[in-house]
Design a protein around this ligand. Structure first.
Ligand code: ADP
Ligand code: MG
Length: 750
């Protein structure tokens, strides 16, 4: 039989030509044309139904119809439902659908998780109990035993001349018929010594030399209820045979060749049937590169075009004045970020910039400089923060930083009275306020700006795409600066923020390496609080944090309040205050103010202090139930202490019960650098979880690429996408990018 559809089609075409030459006598092949076609091209056989019994005119019609069918191009696999494959009926189609496989393309891109090495042929004499082995020999004795009702056992002795090994199968009656005494077979599996006999239970077996399921590397597919590995192998092989020829290659051949990657068709064939682990990895990389390239093209094609915004006439003198008045020297990367923002604002393309930096790297002052520049050009700016506490803090800090400059700053606070609010909204609409700070209250419909030119989104992971877009929509061609709370792994930046320009604050001002982190079991809480008592006695300030997780908010809040009561009684002389998200804004503000000015030394808080809070002289932090928090959150919390460069200590009390939990707390203890933390997080949890729900659907679109380890490949894809962009991206490539990732990108708001 022809091994691929192309070969089968060529063969059938030849036979049809012969049949035509012989006047449709149905004698071109032995056994008749209908049977021949049914064997080689089963899906085309209905066209020849009843061929032998037809008259010559009708036969000619049938042959012509089949010739036309052969000449028609195969539809792309993405448009062919899996049911079109022989061997896929309704039931299998349903099982496949559970794996997300609906089309032949889905099947072809259902990649094996790993390879199982079924090579390593061994003489039976050298096989020991517990070895996983391949043996090959002649089937000798064969027996079938009904052990009890419902349990039948087939046993075959394999003899390779060095010894005997028994294959044992339970309830697989077809083995009895399949294995013929005296013929040679290969068995693969785990050998066991039982009653002095070497046995393999349910070995994988086939005729010696077949090398289909033994004697090679066999790909293992992700777990599949009701679909065995051999069935999947068979389906994939059939899909490749029939549709392999119709797989389009999106990546230009020249790019593939330069990077030493395989064409798509070849890569698909190899990933499902690799000859070596290296070949498997090469195939995976080739497919991953293609995904990443298409994704980058999709992302970059969404970049704002030149000229969509307007060039702001930044007043350099005012910026200089602002910078000179700062109580500190800017770090080199702060200076570079400000320069980049100035260039962006002066250009006619709307700015879309991500400002990344570890906690305490000084993002706020960069944001302030951006606001100075935008307002100096006569336009307005807004800063959106995720919580009222943070908005309030920004308002205070900006008030300090901008003191003496002709910039009118307002805080659109949640707790404003109706009149106050109305007056403020009027002032904003009239352009009497230059810079507005607030929470998502900023994007409410009644907030209208006279001329919003810059929108800063702080701790942007707290906001959805829609909120960002809404703020952007308050102006025309608004420049956007988003700031991340903690560093984001570079692979994630390049994919999710691919259309952003990025500024990284690489160093933290003043040496902030001084935070020591200790991870202790909660059974050692008493020691920790004794230490806290000593620190309070020395006049130090610090936080005790109780995680409050949405799913168990009520209970968590009670735990926090109980903890607060206990600590208040324990340290009556030092001022202990409580801060949690459900408190009225006014109370929150008072609690923060008292902590800031030192009236209270110990702030018992829920995770509302996680982001951004800046009380520089706080020097210790206790995190209760640390096992319940994510790495990024933990790192954020730790960023609250030692901010003035003083030595500080963080106690993480936690008893993780999972491997992942332990990995997380060890990473937290051992890594101080936010970029390293972000990468560890990606490795420990995997991209889907790190990115959150909105983004995880998107990650599942990446079937071959792995954001936790394909940074090099991604950077190449980025370069190539940019290069292709310069020469004008081929239309077909853009269409393919849209087809594969358009929906996912739209979901992200990219
Ligand atoms: P984050 O990046 O976490 O938002 P902040 O902007 O809150 O950090 O800055 C952290 C602290 O460092 C603030 O107290 C800020 O005033 C201070 N700071 C910022 N830049 C510098 C600098 N160049 N030199 C000294 N201190 C700085
Ligand atoms: Mg901040």
């Amino acid at each position: 039989m022809a091994s691929t559809t192309e070969e089968a089609q060529a063969l059938v075409a030849k036979v049809l030509a012969l049949e035509r030459r012989r006047g449709f006598a149905d004698d071109a092949v032995l056994g008749g044309l209908e049977r021949f076609v049914a064997r080689h091209l089963p899906e085309a056989a209905p066209l020849l139904a009843g061929y032998a019994a037809r008259d010559p005119a009708s036969r000619e019609e049938a042959v012509t119809a089949l010739e036309r069918w052969l000449a028609a191009p195969l539809p792309p696999p993405g448009e062919v439902p899996v049911e079109a494959l022989p061997g896929v009926g309704k039931r299998r189609a349903e099982l496949l659908a559970k794996l997300g496989i609906r089309t032949v393309e889905d099947l072809l891109t259902f990649f094996p998780r790993r390879l199982e090495d079924r090579t390593g042929l061994r003489p039976i004499r050298n096989v020991r109990d517990g070895d996983v082995v391949l043996v090959e020999g002649v089937a000798r004795a064969k027996s079938k035993v009904k052990v009890r009702r419902g349990l039948e056992l087939v046993k075959v002795a394999l003899d390779d001349g060095t010894g005997f090994l028994f294959g044992i199968w339970f309830n697989q009656p077809w083995v009895w018929d399949g294995i013929v005494q005296g013929e040679r077979y290969a068995f693969w599996g785990k050998a066991q010594l039982r009653f002095g006999e070497l046995q393999i239970e349910n070995p994988v077996w086939e005729r010696a030399g077949a090398n289909e399921v033994t004697g090679r590397l066999v790909p293992v597919y992700p777990g599949t209820e009701g679909l065995s590995q051999p069935v999947l192998h068979g389906l994939v092989r059939r899909a490749l045979d029939r549709y392999g020829g119709a797989i389009p290659d999106a990546v230009p051949a020249e790019v593939r060749a330069r990077l030493g990657l395989l064409p798509r068709k070849e890569a698909l064939a190899r990933i499902h049937a690799p000859r070596t682990p290296e070949e498997f990895e090469l195939a995976r990389r080739s497919l991953a590169f293609e995904e990443l390239l298409l994704l980058q093209l999709g992302v970059l094609s969404r970049r704002a075009p030149e000229g969509g915004g307007r060039a702001l006439a930044v007043d350099r003198a005012l910026l200089e004045r602002f910078l000179r008045a700062l109580p500190f020297e800017l770090t080199p990367s702060q200076r570079r970020a400000i320069e980049a923002i100035e260039r962006d604002l002066r250009s006619a393309r709307p700015m879309l910039r991500l400002l990344q930096g570890d906690v305490g790297s000084g993002k706020t002052v960069v944001a302030a400089a951006a606001c100075v520049m935008a307002t100096s050009a006569g336009a307005q700016a807004a800063i959106m923060a995720p919580t009222e506490i943070l908005a309030e803090q920004h308002f205070l800090v900006l008030g300090e930083l901008l003191r003496g400059l002709p910039i009118r700053v307002a805080h659109l606070a949640g707790g404003l009275g109706r009149r106050e609010r109305r007056d403020l909204l009027r002032a904003i609409a009239a352009g009497k306020v230059d810079l507005v700070v607030g929470t998502h209250a900023l994007i409410q419909e009644d907030v209208v700006f006279r001329d919003l030119a810059l929108a800063v989104v702080d701790e942007q992971h707290r906001f959805g795409v829609i909120q960002r877009a809404a703020l952007e929509g308050k102006g025309a061609g608004t420049n956007i600066l988003v700031m991340s709370a903690t560093p984001i792994p570079r692979t994630v930046v390049l994919t999710l923020y691919g259309e952003f320009s990025v500024s990284v604050l690489a160093e933290t001002p003043r040496s902030r390496g001084a935070v020591r982190t200790v991870w202790l079991s909660s059974s050692r809480r008493e020691e920790v609080y004794r230490e806290v008592g000593e620190r309070l006695g020395r006049g130090e300030k610090g936080y005790v944090v109780f995680p409050v997780i949405e799913e168990s908010e009520e209970r968590d809040l009670r735990a926090a309040k109980a903890g607060y009561e206990e600590l208040r009684q324990r340290f009556p002389a030092h001022g202990v205050a409580l801060l949690h998200g459900r408190m009225p804004p006014e109370e929150k503000r008072r609690a923060m103010a008292a902590f800031r000015n030192g009236e209270t030394q110990l702030l018992v808080a829920t995770t509302v202090v996680e982001v951004g809070i800046d009380v520089p002289d706080a020097s210790f932090l206790v995190i209760e139930h640390a096992e319940r928090l994510g790495l990024a959150q933990l790192h954020q919390l730790r960023g609250r202490i030692g901010r003035a460069g003083q030595p500080a200590v963080c106690y993480a009390l936690g008893d993780p019960t999972t491997e992942e939990g332990r990995a997380r707390l060890s990473a937290f203890r051992d890594l101080g650098d936010g970029f390293k933390i972000a990468e560890a997080d990606l490795r420990i949890r995997g991209p889907g979880d790190v990115l959150g729900t909105e983004q995880s659907g998107f990650v599942s679109r990446l079937k071959a690429a792995d954001l936790a380890r394909d940074l090099g490949l991604l950077e190449r894809a980025r370069e190539e996408a940019l290069r292709l962009g310069e020469g004008g991206v081929p239309e077909a490539l853009l269409r393919e990018a849209e087809r594969r990732f358009g929906e996912a990108l739209a979901l992200l708001g990219v």
